[in-house]
Design a protein around this ligand. Structure first.
Ligand code: UD2
Ligand code: MN
Length: 582
């Protein structure tokens, strides 16, 4: 009997002290940090990972895919509801974003040479202008916080937030207080009706008084050393507009992915596109890490001398909500005597989403805006746009006389000049006016528009097994994987084409792709020029490996028997990672 009461007593003491300790621990952590976070839920794990206090291995962990996966796990029904409503409002994983620190560590993905580059101290100061419409709090504040954390304070003249008449209560009510109490360098403005991002940027630019305007989207994370090289490019020549490399913050996983070296272009539907640099251009950039010229910009992120922005005609205020302004500004810069460069040492992450979560008061602002641009800047080349887009002829685009006048005043060059001197690649891709629109968009004809140059053709042989890489199918099937098989010269499904764009095409049709979002294995996908389809041979001494620049990982097999799959992994000396092209 004595024994039993002792056991019970011991259990009670243990239980009480356990709960006390737990309570004390959690509540003090919350108390210390609650005030900083504008009502955002803070994960305890997350707190341990703040930039300044984290150990290096924790930082590594904090941006690893595994960590983000754990944090983003949907466990309860509440999680599910939260997750769904986040996607509904923002088209990204808001639930996960809300759990991540506002200044979470990011991998330093700059080219090696960028890391020890220095810049003069007398750089011009920047007014950072960020417009937003119904943005999520965590992504908006992460944009602002990373700018403050990762920029020398004396270079930030001010940060101007332009609320484009958002409806969300936390933006209308809480945000002004939060800023007043926590962010003295931030000015918050609100438009008196929905303007769209183009006019909202003009509102912000009017308020600015720094030497340089620096525009950002409201869901960015600037990375280490992002600011100085952008400002340096603009300081050296006020008619230069500089753009960072835009890295990818994955909308589902929030994983930070480095972008490859690409420049901005467009197609004849007047959609922006990324064009890979040629091999020689890439070599040059890796060697010098100097800014390189780009025919167009994506639109959201750039630095521009403020007075130059004004004299060049700001933006076309007749453009609504979204779209077209990026090509308009790009053409205007080049045709009217300026230049546009991409600065390889400056890196900013941006959440790219699959759809735009907001509507527009007038629908299809993209076509309307593009028409305004096409009629002012593209001269006789507009016939190619209309050939691809015949229905655009009936769309009303308003009055453009002011912009036509601006072009005369600035004595700008022709679009022909622009194509010949800035974007000659596009001259070879003019749609064929003899053929119908449908014919022009047919894949076999697109091939001539998006011409690829084959560098080599042959079997892709795996050194570890002596087997060759083939696909379970040569036509597109998202379940088909790449596997090892006995080499056979006559097999179409083993014939690889290595192109000038550094993709690997099977049977000259589909591209080897290692998109982690699509699954853990390499497979064939439609060729799209993305970096998950870029493969670079790295040949050193006895090594000969295929490296995917997205992750800097090497192509590797899961085994040495026929039927083994292909994936990528950390590069090493293993024979499993060695391939040759025969
Ligand atoms: C890209 C650009 C974007 C803009 C657009 C074309 C990048 C990374 N992004 O689209 O900056 O050039 O192409 O027009 O290059 N916003 C408002 N009011 C609105 C709608 C949007 O203020 O009525 C804000 C929005 O909160 C965001 C920014 O404008 O901060 C850009 O909008 P987005 O992120 O939806 O555009 P995105 O990245 O698809
Ligand atoms: Mn955006």
């Amino acid at each position: 009997r004595i024994k039993r009461s002792r056991v019970i007593l011991a259990l009670v003491i243990f239980g009480v002290s356990f709960w006390l300790m737990l309570y004390w621990n959690v509540s003090s952590v919350y108390a210390r940090h609650r005030s900083q976070y504008f009502g955002l839920r803070k994960d305890v794990i997350d707190l341990a990972l703040d930039m300044h206090t984290a150990r290096d291995e924790d930082k590594e962990e904090a941006y690893s895919e595994a960590y983000l996966k754990r944090l983003g796990e949907i466990v309860t029904a509440d999680d599910q509801r939260n997750y769904d409503s986040g996607f509904h409002s923002h088209a990204f994983n808001q639930m996960l974003s809300d759990k991540l620190s506002l200044k979470r560590p990011l991998p330093d993905v700059r080219l090696e040479k960028c890391k020890d580059k220095t810049y003069p101290e007398d750089l011009p100061t920047a007014s950072v202008v960020i417009c937003f419409y119904n943005e999520a709090k965590s992504t908006l504040l992460r944009t602002v916080n990373t700018v403050i954390e990762r920029s020398p304070a004396y270079l930030i003249h001010e940060i101007i937030l332009v609320d484009d008449y958002s409806d969300f209560d936390y933006l209308k009510d809480e945000l002004p207080h939060y800023i007043q109490n926590n962010l003295p360098q931030v000015k918050l403005m609100r438009t008196s009706k929905r303007q769209g991002l183009i006019r909202a940027r003009m509102v912000g630019a009017k308020e600015a008084s720094g030497e340089v305007l620096l525009f950002l989207d409201s869901h960015c994370e600037v990375n280490k050393g992002w600011l100085e090289p952008l400002l340096f490019a603009v300081r050296n020549d006020p008619h230069t507009v500089s753009v960072p490399i835009i890295d990818i913050v994955n909308a589902d996983t929030f994983f930070y992915e480095a972008s490859g070296l690409v420049k901005g272009g467009f197609n004849w539907g007047m959609h922006y596109q990324w064009d890979p640099l040629t091999q020689d251009e890439t070599k040059e950039v890796v060697k010098t890490v100097e800014p390189f010229k780009s025919p167009t910009m994506a639109g959201g992120l750039f630095a521009m001398n403020r007075l130059y922005f004004q004299t060049l005609g700001e933006y076309d205020s007749g453009m609504d909500v979204w779209g077209g302004e990026n090509l308009e500004l790009s053409f205007r810069i080049w045709q009217c005597g300026g230049q546009l460069v991409i600065v390889p040492c400056s890196r900013v992450g941006h959440i790219f989403r699959k759809r735009r979560p907001y509507g527009a008061p007038r629908h299809d602002t993209f076509t309307r805006n593009t028409l305004r641009m096409v009629h002012v800047w593209t001269d006789e080349y507009k016939k190619y746009y209309f050939h691809i887009n015949p229905s655009a002829e009936n769309v009303n685009y308003g009055n453009i006389s002011e912009r036509v006048y601006l072009r005369e005043q600035l004595k700008c060059k022709s679009f022909k000049w622009y194509l010949e001197n800035v974007y000659p690649e596009q001259l070879h891709k003019l749609p064929n006016l003899e053929k119908s629109k449908e014919d022009n968009l047919r894949p076999e004809n697109l091939k001539s528009q998006y011409k690829t140059v084959t560098r080599a053709k042959g079997l892709l042989k795996h050194a570890g097994s002596g087997l060759c890489v083939e696909s379970e199918k040569t036509e597109y099937d998202k379940r088909a994987l790449l596997t090892l098989a006995l080499c056979n010269n006559a097999e179409r499904k083993q014939m690889w084409y290595e192109t000038e764009q550094k993709d690997m095409r099977l049977a000259n049709l589909l591209c080897m792709d290692r998109d982690s979002a699509a699954g853990p294995y390499a497979r064939l996908m439609k060729c799209n020029g993305s970096k998950t389809q870029t493969w670079v041979w790295v040949k050193k001494e006895t090594r000969s490996q295929l490296v995917n620049p997205t992750t800097s990982e090497c192509l590797v097999t899961t085994g040495v028997e026929p039927g083994s799959f292909l994936t990528t992994g950390s590069c090493g000396d293993s024979l499993l990672m060695q391939f040759s092209f025969t």
